[in-house]
Design a protein around this ligand. Structure first.
Ligand code: ATR
Length: 273
């Protein structure tokens, strides 16, 4: 029987996931389809029941359901459990549902594909929401030993640092002053995403010339943070890589193969220009 997959969220119409996965199915000769489904917060329980009943092999979960979905799953991967958030669901052979979180690992894969492994560098994550948290756990898991987190609300950075068991929580002002210590700086706030704000979370005056600057936002591809970092000579990693690799890891969980990420990056870049 033909396999089918989905992404559920609200809003969902602008998601690039259907294009990405359907392109991979086509190119890899896999008989499957991937559809976007608009699910409002209050309908999540019914939506999961419907996906099960109608035989979806798996699905992605996006805003606002990443935490709420957990109560409807039978099993959680340890990373998803640590993060308290799921972006990928797999229907296993026996029909039970297992949740994964591929966002943080997707970021690390994208970073290393773009600029190689720099595990000795000191890393600064700006932002302590769901995205910053996932990236912090994944970096630690992949062997990055020095990860600090700065956030407007410092207490949120503190609680992640406590769970990580290493690193320092900083205010945005402190991060600005100490910026020259960091070889990798990651913009993981939602600034500019939903609010229409176009500013930077911190001034980049102190940024090292040879630093690596990464953003989680991929639309626009070049965010104000990346434009400013590039001007100062930093190497740039756009948020598109994180998006493509979170999808590629989900794909691997569903179908056992890692799809071609470099070609997909090029195609999506064309669409976002
Ligand atoms: P996500 O899941 O995408 O990380 P989130 O959980 O809503 O989204 O977190 C948003 C992040 O962006 C937080 O780190 C938030 O800072 P606070 O914890 O202090 O709210 C940060 N953020 C949002 N708007 C910001 C702004 N105008 N200036 C600085 N940080 C901002």
């Amino acid at each position: 029987m033909k396999k089918w997959f989905a992404v559920i969220g609200d809003p969902i119409e602008h998601s690039k996931s259907p294009f990405m996965h359907n392109t991979w199915f086509q190119e890899m000769g896999i008989d499957a389809a991937y559809i976007p489904i608009h699910v409002k917060r209050e309908n999540l329980r019914e939506a999961v029941a419907a996906l099960k009943l109608l035989g979806a092999s798996g699905w992605n979960v996006t805003i606002p359901h990443k935490e709420e979905i957990i109560q409807y799953l039978d099993e959680l991967d340890p990373m998803a459990e640590k993060m308290g958030a799921v972006n990928t669901v797999v229907r296993q052979e026996d029909g039970t549902l297992k949740g994964y979180n591929t966002d943080g690992a997707g970021f690390v894969h994208a970073l290393e594909e773009a600029v190689g492994k720099h595990k000795e560098n000191k890393v600064l994550i700006i932002g302590a929401g769901g995205a910053g948290r996932g990236i912090a756990f994944a970096l630690k898991e992949y062997g990055y030993k020095q990860v600090d987190i700065a956030n407007r609300t410092v207490s949120k950075a503190e609680s992640i640092i406590q769970e990580l068991g290493s690193g320092t929580a900083l205010s945005l002002e402190e991060a600005e002053k100490q910026l020259s210590q960091y070889g990798i700086v990651i913009q993981a706030t939602s600034l500019g995403l939903s609010t229409g704000e176009s500013g930077l979370p911190i001034s980049l005056d102190g940024l090292q010339k040879e630093a690596i600057a990464a953003d989680i936002v991929y639309n626009p591809l070049m965010t104000p943070f990346l434009l400013e970092a590039e001007k100062r000579g930093a190497k740039i990693v756009t948020g598109l890589g994180m998006f493509v690799h979170q999808g590629a890891i989900a794909f691997k969980h569903w179908l056992g193969q890692y799809p071609d990420t470099e070609e997909m990056m090029k195609r999506l870049m064309e669409q976002l220009k």
